[in-house]
Structures are given as C-alpha cells and as structure tokens.
Design a protein around this ligand. Structure first.
Ligand SMILES: Cc1ncc(COP(=O)(O)O)c(C=O)c1O
Length: 471
C-alpha cells in the first residue's frame, strides 16, 4: 500500500512537471482520480498528502487540491574539482560536539541518525526479550559472530547479488568498526588511502586511528566518486586502499550506477588496490530496485564489504558486519585483538527479527518516511535560503548537502545556529581541508513539525544575514 500511493504521487508529480497540470490548476476530484488510476480513494488521499509534503500541492478547504509549484527549486551542488595531496588526518572535534549537543535536546539536524519514531522499537524490543531468554547461548564470546545472525546476513547478501556462506561473514560493532578492521587488514601506518571528497567524517576518523594519510578524490553529488580523479590518483600515488560509500552516500547522497561500480571495481582490481565498500544506506532507496553493492561485481575478491543496522533498525545496537573476502584471516585477527567478539544478544535479537519476516515490511515504510521527510526539507531549504544555494537531490538515505552561495560561511551559520539550539553539521567536518567551508549537511530523518520548519526558516535567515555581511 505504502508503495502504491507513492507510485500514484510520482505519476501525478510527473504530470505536473510535464505541465499537464500547471501552477494554480485544480486537480480532478479524488473520486475521478481513484477511477482514473484504478485505486481506492484513501490511496489518492495519501498520494495527495505526499505531494503536499513534497511542496507540489495545496489543499483548499471545500475546493480540493491545487497545484503549487515549489516557489524556488534549488539547483543541485556541482562537483568541486581540486588537486589534492595525501595528508595525515587530524580529527575535527566538532564531530563529538555534535553528538553531545543532540543529546541536549537541540533541534536535531546534525547527526545522520533516524528519529526514534521511525525505528522498529516494538519489534526489536520483542526480539531482544526473546534473545535474552536464550540462556547459555548469550553468555559466550560470539566469535566470529552468532551462526543465526551470519545465516540471515548470508541470505540478505544473496538477495543483493552477493552469494556468500556463513564463513564469509564477520560480525562487527557497527559499520565503523568494519571499516577500521578493513583498513587495518590491508594497510600499514603511514600508507595512503583514497577517500571521497566530501567524505563521511567517520571514515576520516578511521584513517586517523589507523595512522593513515588520506587522499581526497572529488565526488559528484549524484554520480559519486570521480573515476577520472581516481585514475589520476592511481597513476600518481601508491594507494593501499580506497574507501567508498557506493549507495546514497553521506553527506552528498550520491549513488554510483552499476556501470560506474563495475568500472570502480575493475580499476582497483587492475591496480591491486582493495576497495573498502560502505553500503550502510543501500537498503534505504526511494524507488525502484535495491541498488547493488560494488561487491556484486567483484570477480577477484578485492572488495571488503561493510554494512550495519544503524540506519535501519537502530544505531544503539552497535551491530554490523563485514565480508572481508580474501582478507578474512587478517580481519578476524584484527577483530580478535581489538575486542574479541561482537556482543551476542543484539546478534540473536536481530537474527530473530529478520527470521520473523517483518523487516522488509518495516523497511518499506521507513524508506517512504525518509523520502517524504527529505523532500519536504529540500523544498523548505529552497524556499528559505538565499538565491544561489544548491541542495543535493538524493535517491535514498536521509541526508541533504547544502552548498551556500559564494562568500557565505557555513561555519558561521553553524555557530550562530548552535547558539540558538539548532544543530547542523558544518561542511568543514567532511574534509581534511577547508574546501567545504560554505556547506552544511542536514539530517532529513525527522518527522516534519513546526519546530523543524521554523529551524529551517531560521537557518535560511542566518544564511541571508551572512551573505549580506560578506558583500
Ligand atoms: C556512511 C556511514 N558509514 C558508517 C557509519 C557508522 O555506522 P555504525 O553506526 O554502524 O558504526 C555512518 C553513520 O553515520 C555513516 O553515515
């Protein structure tokens, strides 16, 4: 059902884009549309609400629904091309401030964490209680991971084109640990690792803890890592690994096409450089089929695949997994040396939840929520921010990348907003240089409310003020 009303909303939106219905037109009544599309009236009403959330429709009392084109539709950011050199990573303490701030009940637009209302609380509570009653099974070191958990992972991986056995799966404390273990398995301190630019700060921090140098590769807001940029880097530097968030990346929301994933995998295989793939947002696609991971195109076992349930079930479970491929023995060793094993109860609970079969149903509604909330936020940014602001248009996940007009400081907007209890992530956090100083990342995974709407309007006003001061 959720999918159906979204499909109807997409079809109506396409009719609006093709100007079959123009700005100010009244849409046919719900009964007419219900006949036209062959769906129930309540599906049409839900589709209308979805389009209203996306900023395309306006209800008028007793008159029906009218087309209202978003007043301004912000363009998408452009890829920043720059020549980079490998540099040691030093953490930006801002990342810690952001997490601490969010716990102080600020408006939570900074961290990429889904609002608790969107998480499957009841199901995970029931499965955790079930798991806790398993007795002795919960008490041992679950190394390399509980069998039932690894079986569920193997089944899910097969469904995205990556057939593996239970022995190929290593349970981890989230995707963050998987990335660190992957890096430790294939590098030595001081080595150079290619990363996206902008990059998820956790990946930069992972490089820092392992003592690596980062080489930033320009990344396109829609297409992902620049393959031309990577090719140049491979010619110029002795890279030892490349870390990429292939589906709905953080912070840009980029998704590499299958073709580009294939090219990425084969380029790196030819150069003998392992790809560490982070697929944490892969299940959160807005439409169509689940995008495949690059691992599905890996013919030489050169891709170390990392994922977790932090963006889907809950970040607090601290439960992820990796498929280290031919680096398994080294990854296992690193895991064992750093914390022996991943806690048993979350693994048993998640395995139980997945076995019950409700997970895919839950994912369908979560994807819907994230899509609606993110599109609504995008429309609000386009309305409130200065002309010349660009906003990413993700096809999945829930973060928005906002590029302010030239001369407008995202860092200043961040500090001023923070003083007013609005928490956003400043662009500075996403690079080892200052090149994204004029950017902000917003978390769209919040139920829409007046508080969120006002916070976006206030951020827009602050950006206007900063822009005025910069000229
Ligand atoms: C791209 C990406 N990778 C990894 C992580 C960390 O995931 P986990 O909580 O599973 O360690 C995040 C969390 O924000 C993320 O956005």
């Amino acid at each position: 059902m959720g999918v159906l009303y979204n499909q109807i909303a997409d079809r109506l939106q396409a009719l609006i884009k093709d100007e079959v219905y123009r700005d100010g037109d009244r849409l046919p009544g719900v009964r007419v549309l219900s006949k036209q599309f062959g769906v129930s009236i309540s599906t049409i009403l839900q589709a209308h609400q979805t389009l209203e959330a996306r900023g395309y429709l306006q209800p008028r009392e007793r008159s029906g629904y009218f087309v209202r084109l978003p007043a301004v539709d912000a363009p998408e950011p452009v890829m920043q091309r720059h020549r980079n050199r490998p540099v040691p990573v030093t953490a930006r303490e801002m990342a810690l401030d952001l997490c601490a701030d969010e716990q102080k009940r600020m408006v939570p637009l900074a961290t990429a964490i889904p609002h608790a209302d969107y998480l499957p609380l009841r199901q995970i509570q029931q499965s955790t209680l079930w798991a806790a009653r398993r007795g002795l099974e919960t008490l041992d070191y679950a190394f390399p991971g509980k069998e039932s958990f690894r079986r569920q992972i193997a089944q899910r991986m097969a469904s995205v084109g990556v057939p593996v056995t239970l022995d190929d799966v290593l349970a981890t404390n989230g995707a963050q640990e998987a990335i660190i273990l992957g890096l430790r398995a294939v590098t030595q301190p001081g080595d150079i690792v290619a990363v996206e630019s902008p990059s998820f700060p956790g990946i930069l921090q992972a490089l820092e803890v392992v003592g690596l140098r980062a080489l930033e590769i320009p990344t396109h807001p829609a297409d992902g890592l620049s393959l031309e940029g990577l090719e140049l880097a491979l010619e110029q530097w002795p890279l030892k690994a490349c870390v990429v968030v292939t589906n709905h990346s953080n912070p840009m929301g980029a998704r590499m096409s299958d073709e580009r994933k294939k090219q990425l995998v084969s380029m790196l295989a030819a150069a003998g450089v392992p790809l560490i793939e982070d697929d944490i947002y892969g299940d959160l696609y807005y439409a169509g089929e689940r995008p495949r991971p690059a691992k599905a195109f890996d013919r030489t076992d050169n891709v170390i695949y990392c994922n977790s349930f932090s963006k889907t079930i809950s970040p607090g479970l601290r439960l992820g997994w990796m498929l280290p491929g031919r680096y398994m023995s080294s990854a296992r060793q690193q895991k064992y040396f750093s914390n022996l094993a991943t806690a048993s109860i979350p693994q048993l609970a998640v395995a139980h939840f997945l076995e019950q079969g409700g997970y895919d149903r839950y994912l369908r509604s979560a994807r819907q929520h994230y899509r609606d909330a993110t599109e609504r936020m995008r429309a609000a940014v386009a309305r409130s921010f200065p002309l010349g602001t660009a906003v990413s248009r993700p096809q999945g996940g829930f973060v928005l990348w906002v590029q302010l007009p030239e001369g407008c400081s995202g860092t200043r907007v961040y500090h001023r907003a923070r003083a007013e209890h609005i928490n956003v992530a400043p662009g500075l956090m996403f690079s080892i240089s200052d090149k994204f100083e004029s950017c902000l990342r917003l978390n769209g995974a919040n139920p829409w409310s007046e508080r969120i709407e006002q916070a976006i309007a206030r951020l827009g006003a602050l950006a206007h003020e900063e822009q005025a001061q910069s000229v």
